[in-house]
Design a protein around this ligand. Structure first.
Ligand code: ITT
Length: 201
């Protein structure tokens, strides 16, 4: 079975590929196609956007497609940046711009009130009428400054309380073992395994 990753984010591609590596599927990415699209995220929820992206790449390639829509929700900011996580500081901004804005908005907020969670919804589009979704979450705290060199996005400010490490201080394997994306991918693995068994009949 072939499965297309419906994302333009290379950091996500690395994390997703690592957890699908041992399955009997050939994982394709945008680099395997002459043309790929950046799907406009017009939904207001992670689920809507994940479905939009998976469906659009299925329409483009005719192959089963897996999309990830994810974001960070900070309690002291009423759930911001949420579904707008990638464009928090504006269109075409860097991860550093988004982190900077987040830290400025949280200036003066005490540690106890810096709770946050990453959420991830993954959608697999098998056919136009057959789309499955799963989700994953991880709770954490927003640090007061940026640190660590691994990961991407808000990882340099996201502290995982059970170990006290930021996601940017974990290896890809350590992060995948506890992250929102890792949890969603464990469920996606089951979905794929069930589907391959059913297809084999
Ligand atoms: P695609 O839509 O092409 O998949 P994207 O980066 O635009 O790529 P999203 O719309 O799902 O993806 O936005 C997710 C943003 O949320 C991402 O750009 C980061 O800023 C943040 N984010 C998601 N998962 C993260 C993680 O594991 N670590 C740090 N930040 C993360």
């Amino acid at each position: 079975m072939q499965l297309v990753l419906a994302t333009n984010n290379n950091d996500k591609i690395k994390e997703i590929k690592a957890l699908l590596d041992d399955l009997p599927v050939t994982v394709l990415t945008r680099d395997d196609f002459l043309e790929f699209i950046n799907v406009e995220e017009t939904g207001t929820t992670l689920e809507e956007n994940a479905i939009l992206k998976a469906r659009a790449i299925f329409d483009l390639t005719g192959l089963p497609s897996l999309a990830d829509d994810s974001g960070l929700a900070v309690d002291a900011l009423d759930g911001e940046p949420g579904v707008y996580s990638s464009r928090y500081a504006g269109e075409n901004v860097t991860y550093a711009d988004n982190n900077q804005l987040l830290l400025v908005k949280l200036r003066g907020v005490a540690e106890d009130n810096r709770t946050a969670r990453f959420s991830c919804v993954m959608a697999i589009c098998w056919t136009a009428e057959d789309i499955e979704t799963v989700e994953g979450e991880v709770e954490g705290l927003i640090a007061e400054e940026i640190a660590g060199g691994e990961g991407f996005g808000y990882d340099p400010v996201f502290v995982y309380p059970p170990t006290g490490q930021r996601f940017s201080e974990m290896t890809l394997e350590e992060k995948n073992a506890v992250s929102h994306r890792g949890h969603a991918l464990q469920k996606i693995r089951e979905v794929i395994i069930n589907r391959t068994n059913r297809t084999r009949g």
